[in-house]
Ligand binder design. Structure first.
Ligand SMILES: CC(C)(COP(=O)(O)OP(=O)(O)OC[C@H]1O[C@@H](n2cnc3c(N)ncnc32)[C@H](O)[C@@H]1OP(=O)(O)O)[C@@H](O)C(=O)NCCC(=O)NCCS
Length: 193
C-alpha cells in the first residue's frame, strides 16, 4: 500500500523522507493533545526525530516488518496510520493510528481504518488484528467498537504514559467478523507491504 485514495479528499500514502518536516510540524503544533494518549510524542522534540522515525519506518517496510502511512486530508497531513508490528509466524498485525484534533469528529479515521484493515486481511493475508487501547481512551475505543473488534482482555499496566502506568483493553478482529482468514496463510508467505 504505497498510496491509496480513500475518497476524493482523503488519501493514505506511505511516509517518506521528504514528509519529515510536515510530520514534525504537525506533531509540534498538536503536542499538548496528542501526548494525552501517545507516549512517543514527548520524544519527538525536533525535526531530526521525525527524520529518524521515517527512516525506521522505511527500514521496517523494506524488511516487511511494519509500515506507516500518512493520512492526507484535502492535501494536508493530518495523522498517521500504520502496522507497528506484523508477526508473520502467526500472521497477527498490531496497528496504531492518530489524528490531530482539527480532523477529528468527521469519521476520517474510521474510513482509513476500514481500508487499512481490509488491505491487511485481503492483501497481506493476516489472520488477526490485535490492538491495545488505554482504558480511559474513549475515542480510541469507539473506533474499534464501530469496526466490529471484540474485547478479549484487560492488560493491567500495559504502558507508561505521562508519569503513570496505564491499563489497556485488548481488542481483536478476525476477517468477516470471526471466521478463519481467507487462506489461513501460514508463516512462509510474506507479501509485499
Ligand atoms: C482515536 C482518534 C483517531 C479518534 O478520532 P475520531 O475523530 O473520534 O475518529 P473518526 O475520524 O473515526 O471520527 C468519528 C467521529 O466522527 C463522527 N462521524 C461523522 N461522520 C462519520 C462517518 N461517516 N463514519 C464514522 N463516524 C463519523 C462520529 O460520530 C464520531 O464523532 P463523535 O465521537 O463525536 O461521535 C483520535 O481521537 C486520536 O488520534 N486520538 C489519539 C491517538 C489514539 O488514541 N489512537 C488510538 C489508539 S491506537
Amino acid at each position: 500500500m504505497l498510496s491509496y485514495r480513500v475518497n476524493p479528499e482523503l488519501e493514505l500514502r506511505l511516509l517518506q523522507a521528504p514528509d519529515a518536516a510536515a510530520l514534525f510540524a504537525l506533531v509540534d503544533a498538536n503536542r499538548a493533545s496528542l501526548r494525552t494518549w501517545l507516549a512517543w510524542v514527548d520524544g519527538m522534540v525536533n525535526r531530526i526525530e521525525a527524520d529518524k522515525f521515517i527512516a525506521r519506518a522505511t527500514r521496517d517496510h523494506q524488511a516487511t516488518r511494519a509500515f506507516s502511512a500518512g493520512i492526507w486530508w484535502s492535501g494536508r497531513l493530518v495523522g498517521v496510520i500504520g502496522h507497528n508490528h506484523i508477526d508473520w509466524t502467526v500472521r497477527i498485525a498490531n496497528p496504531g493510528w492518530w489524528l490531530v484534533p482539527a480532523a477529528e469528529g468527521r469519521g476520517l479515521m474510521t474510513q482509513c481504518c476500514r481500508v487499512f484493515f481490509n488491505h491487511a486481511f485481503t492483501q497481506l493475508q493476516v489472520n488477526r488484528i490485535v490492538v491495545g487501547v488505554a482504558t480511559g481512551n474513549l475515542r480510541g475505543q469507539a473506533i474499534v467498537q464501530r469496526l466490529g473488534f471484540t474485547p478479549v482482555r484487560t492488560l493491567v499496566k500495559a504502558e507508561w504514559l505521562n508519569g503513570r502506568a496505564v491499563d489497556h483493553f485488548i481488542f481483536s478482529l478476525l476477517p468477516s467478523g470471526g471466521k478463519a482468514g481467507p487462506a489461513d496463510a501460514g508463516p512462509s508467505t510474506r507479501p509485499r507491504l
